[in-house]
Design a binder for this molecule. Sequence first.
Ligand SMILES: [Zn+2]
Length: 519
Amino acid sequence: MFQSKSGLLVVVLAFSLTPLGFAELPADITKDAAVLKTRMVPQPNAVKFLAGPEVVINRDLKVMVSVNREQGGDAKKIASLFKTYWQCRPVINIQKDGGLAGMKADGYDLRASQGVMTIKASDFNGVRNALRTVRQIAEAQRGVKSQSCFYIPELEIQDEPAMSFRGVHLCWFPETNPRTIEKAVQLAAYYKFNYVVLEPWGVFPYKSHPELAWKNNSVSRGTFKRLVKTASELGVTMVPQLNIFGHAAAARHISGKHAVLDFNPSIQSLFEPDGWTWCLSNPATRKVLEDAVLELYEFFDKPPYFHIGCDEAYTLATCRDCRRGDYYKLLRDHLVYFHDIMSQRNCKVMMWHDMLLDSSDPRWAGYTAVGSKTHKLPDLLKELPKDIIICDWQYGRPKKDEKWPTMLYFKENGFPVLACPWLNSAGITSQGHLVQNENMMGLLCTTWHGLQGTGLMNMYYHGANAAWGAPEFSGGDKRGVVNMHIRQMGWDLGIDDYEDTGLIEYQIPPDESYPAAGL
Ligand SMILES: [Zn+2]
């Protein structure tokens, strides 16, 4: 293969046959771009499809990798990705190049031309992201029943993330299928997120306090351990969460359930009387929470962050001792205590923002702000350590010229801020722009009970694009694209049960009323 200025020779090359009988058709760049760009999630910063012969992905492909930092086993890991993605073992050459020191972490430069794929990156993480991009556009051989190679157009792609923290927050309810979480972690990695905050809703089987998990409804430690390991192998850092203030029921408020109290009425003193908020005046509460927090921290392999929740503590200061005491001081000391024990372990604490804002302040009208002046909660911000990461969750549609004032407020007060959107796609995109323009820490896309179907599709699709910063490519069938990607995750996981495939367990939700009465 070689480049030539002779048009005739190019045509001859374009129609030549590979040893496999694969026809290298002449490229139609415009048509290729219109279709292939729709399949790229997130959309890379710069993509150029060229008119040269297609590049075949099979054992004859030459893969030239340059990295600034090489770790032992990189070649093996790259070979393993080719085997998983395209069932082949190409020729792989890796070299160290100090000139790539300036490349952004996770970014990459990818070229494919004349039977050679060239990847430049800071380290293996960038190389893997390049190959994830290739996987999204590589097509199986045409004209046969069963493919023996894949192909991509001649191309040049440069890509880098718009922010360093790109996270997804996942909830594990007793009702959650473990495969749903596994697929969600796989898809997060595939869409180039680098953190998953995992919140077990009463399903983590604590050794220190087994009563904190649902009786007979917790997930095995082995399942959690496998997930943490898999995430790490995919380049995703798993951050555990335990709510140390509100949401103490570890169950949705509207459900009336309580993971602890429903089966352990003897430990009511740990909670405010209705069970929704931990009782902060009780020293036994702190001891139980400290044991649990440290157990999770160790179990999750000592991650750099730990999420302590702290949202929606509706029923704070309602027991005899809390309502009569100095609640401001109790809460401040509680938060600082947990900050300090994690800080001693080089672990930064994350918390939701809503209790820190005065709900009556007109500046926050239209935004989530739940703190009340009664206990001086909005004053807490002045006394909290400035390395607590504020996770500001705002789920609404952006207004015209939206500035997301609550997020700017925390930033101006010296805190690292994660913007936390939910289902609203315009909100996700807008908060991504804010993080980028204001140089904030990053995005933490929330999913709550909507980790399925259209909700999952929107949160991941728009979240990934917002985190990498390039404008979304309009057109194409987004659902079809995400369906294809979740199927690829299923292949990687070896899924073979009907309920575990796709974006939702059942096409038609089980419902006793179906078919409707009268039909
Ligand atoms: Zn109390």
